[in-house]
Design a protein around this ligand. Structure first.
Ligand code: PMP
Length: 389
């Protein structure tokens, strides 16, 4: 019997057209023209000299953005979750005691990953909206004697900024590796990976760096590298095996094929990192801080309340705003998008329905964008259905 070809769906005949939105949710952020143009560059082979130069540029860009000299510095092919999984599967072995700071969904997510590596997971809990003190961390290190501590610098579900100064020193005093998730913070607030003695640090490409999602910077300290090299058991993932990945990313020796990197994503990441370097970290941190303060003032003037009480705990990149009891949160989100093409996000995890999240990252950390979001928020509030009280 002859097979017959089924015709394609008619929808594939239409070209793809998209509106230009103001992406002021928790990410992705809008990309600059330079980044978008990088995505259109011609394809090259993933071991061609042009691409190898891009990889070297990315490595230098990450070393600058992270403020590290670590040689094991590269971009994982995949989104922030891929970098998180890479940190976890390279460092965690079965039965390892792993201490995880949980004050939002990202600690829970890392716990989930560590459990899949058969780790003995201990959670250090804090309500969403609060962060961990050095005393609390030391207490948990003494009690559990973990081999690894995981903390999230920018908890995007709660809008909190974890102070990391002194944490690396404490971890090393107790012979523990420090892993930090900075997906929602890097570039928008201070980071000194080497000075703060952070052993593994990763971020995403689509927030402050302002590139499309899909290539995630990560770096391992000498201590973390040694832990990987002296593992008792083989790393459970081939794709995320750092020992294999550094052979592909290493400047010395022959580059070995490991996988085909998402080439266009890497072009865009290179340009995002170049823009951050051009502006300078200090200016970028300051710009994000100033825009966050302007947004906070505007929100208060609208009669709304910020969710994070302690000013020092507020993440400049993502702000959480309490949803008033008489307002339907989804109406505001929908109205802002429909009428203003402005993204305001709802809450995640325990804060679903209780907060809105507004992100000002990368290209969007600008005064005119802050004004635009405040106008959209104010207008949407007026038009939102009042919940029956
Ligand atoms: N960690 C944090 C703090 C995040 O905000 C996110 C993304 N919202 C991730 C990890 C995961 O990144 P991705 O969605 O790119 O996989």
């Amino acid at each position: 019997m002859m097979s017959s070809i089924k015709p394609p769906d008619d929808r594939l005949k239409e070209s793809l057209v998209l509106p230009i939105k103001t992406l002021t949710g928790p990410g992705p952020s809008n990309c600059s023209e330079r980044v978008l143009n990088a995505n259109k560059l011609p394809m090259v082979g993933h071991l061609h000299k042009e691409f190898i130069k891009v990889m070297d540029d990315i490595k230098a860009g990450i070393q600058y953005a992270f403020q590290t000299h670590n040689d094991w510095t590269l971009a994982i092919s995949g989104t922030g979750h891929a970098a998180m999984e890479a940190a976890c599967c390279n460092l965690v072995e079965p039965n390892d005691v792993v201490l995880i700071g949980v004050n939002g969904i990202w600690g829970e997510r890392f716990s989930n990953m560590a459990e899949r590596q058969n780790a003995n997971v201990k959670k250090m809990m804090k309500p969403m909206g609060e962060t961990f003190t050095l005393e609390e961390i030391e207490q948990h290190l003494m009690t559990h004697k973990p081999v690894l501590l995981f903390l999230t610098q920018g908890e995007s579900s709660a809008g909190t900024l974890q102070d990391l100064k002194g944490v690396g020193y404490l971890c090393h005093k107790y012979d523990c590796i420090l892993v930090v998730d900075s997906v929602a913070a890097l570039g928008g607030t201070a980071m000194f990976m080497d000075d703060w003695e952070i052993d593994v640090l990763y971020t995403g490409s689509q927030k402050v760096i302002g590139a499309p999602p899909g290539a995630s910077p990560i770096s391992f300290s000498e201590r973390a590298k040694q832990k990987v090299l002296t593992r008792k058991k083989k790393i459970t993932s081939f794709y995320f095996d750092m020992v294999e990945l550094v052979k592909y990313w290493s400047a010395d020796g022959v580059r070995q094929y490991h996988h085909t990197a998402p080439i266009s994503n890497m072009f865009a990441l290179r340009e995002g990192l170049a823009e951050l370097a051009e502006e300078g970290l200090e200016r970028s941190w300051q710009r994000h801080n100033e825009c966050a303060l302007m947004l906070h003032n505007g929100i208060t003037k609208l009669g709304l309340q910020l969710f994070v009480q302690d000013k020092k705990d507020r993440l400049p990149c993502i702000t959480t705003v309490k949803v008033p009891e008489d307002v339907k949160w989804k109406d505001v989100v929908d109205y802002a998008m429909e009428k203003h093409l402005v993204e305001i996000s709802g809450g995640l995890g325990n804060l679903a329905g209780k907060v809105w999240r507004i992100g000002l990252m990368g290209q969007n950390a600008r005064r005119d964008i802050v004004q635009k979001v405040l106008i959209a928020l104010g207008d949407s509030l007026k038009n939102a259905t009042k919940s029956p009280s």
